[in-house]
Design a protein around this ligand. Structure first.
Ligand code: SAM
Length: 258
């Protein structure tokens, strides 16, 4: 086996703590007729353990050099696809499989955590739950509540689609090579969707957070502000509030009634 050279440009920090690996793998509960997508298997630390479920497993890995570890994990239920998860034709690939529930799991490369999650949302995959290791700061952002400085567009969008739970904080010492930051494992479980028009909701949230320090009155100039004001008042807000103060229910109510 050739000596593996870790590639910073691919966010390669491999998890070496078996207890944490087990904890991540045990955070989903797939059956044999389910499908698991793993993003970034690397040397296969999670992949090996995920095989115990006997579910169909497809893993997307950008770095062909990991083939030396991953080849031996492939069989009729486990396939490694050497493509960039962000550009692979996921829908076409999924079309080839019959499955009941879909799970997505991965120790995500930190440089593209948010693009990966946004991509999954855009694809509108009917995913039951996703378990991701992300940078601790990013996890704090996803878990934050209104009126905290971390609360932003992604917080609202993710909480719209998913119930988000922290599984475990992971110290940077558990990786090789050691990254600069600590991590957190999150489980995102799919919720019932609540808006009549998701694109309208997405646009409203994006516009509301356009300039984070500005009030809704400033950020939502192109909307009918009289209508907005009436609904905001119902929830105890006014147009003088900033988006970071507005809870998810109010964004949903605004979308459904303007
Ligand atoms: N799963 C392994 C582990 O837990 O030790 C590796 C995790 S490492 C943080 C991230 C992995 O994602 C690396 O193997 C890297 O090559 C891969 N990766 C980076 N960008 C990717 C992309 N766009 N699509 C698929 N895999 C990617």
């Amino acid at each position: 086996m050739s000596k593996f050279v870790f590639k910073k440009k691919f966010g390669q920090n491999f998890l070496k703590n078996q207890n944490i690996i087990d904890k991540i793998v045990d955070s989903i509960e797939p059956n044999e007729d389910d499908l698991i997508i793993e993003i970034g298997p690397g040397s296969g630390a999670l992949t090996k353990k995920l095989k115990k479920y006997d579910a169909t497993l497809i893993a997307f890995e950008i770095d062909l050099e990991t083939k030396q570890y991953l080849d031996k994990l492939e069989d009729e239920k486990t396939q490694i696809i050497y493509q960039d998860f962000l550009t692979a034709d996921i829908l076409e690939i999924l079309d080839k499989y019959n499955f009941t529930n879909l799970y997505i799991i991965g120790n995500l490369p930190y440089y593209i955590t948010t693009p990966i999650i946004e991509h999954i949302i855009k694809l509108n995959l009917n995913v039951s739950s996703m378990v991701f290791m992300v940078q601790k700061e990013v996890a704090d952002r996803f878990l934050s509540k209104p009126k905290s400085k971390n609360y932003g567009y992604m917080t609202v969008i993710l909480n719209y689609w998913f119930n988000i739970e922290k599984i475990i904080d992971v110290d940077k010492k558990n990786f090789v090579p050691m990254p600069k930051v600590d991590s957190t494992v999150l489980r995102l479980s799919r919720k019932e969707t609540l808006c009549v028009d998701y694109d309208k909701f997405d646009a409203l949230v994006k516009d509301s957070f356009k300039f984070k320090r500005k009030t809704l009155n400033n950020n939502l100039k192109s909307y009918n502000r009289r209508e907005l004001e009436i609904i905001l008042n119902k929830h105890g807000y006014t147009l003088e509030n900033r988006a970071e103060e507005i809870d998810l229910e109010t964004f949903i109510d605004l979308t459904n009634n303007i």
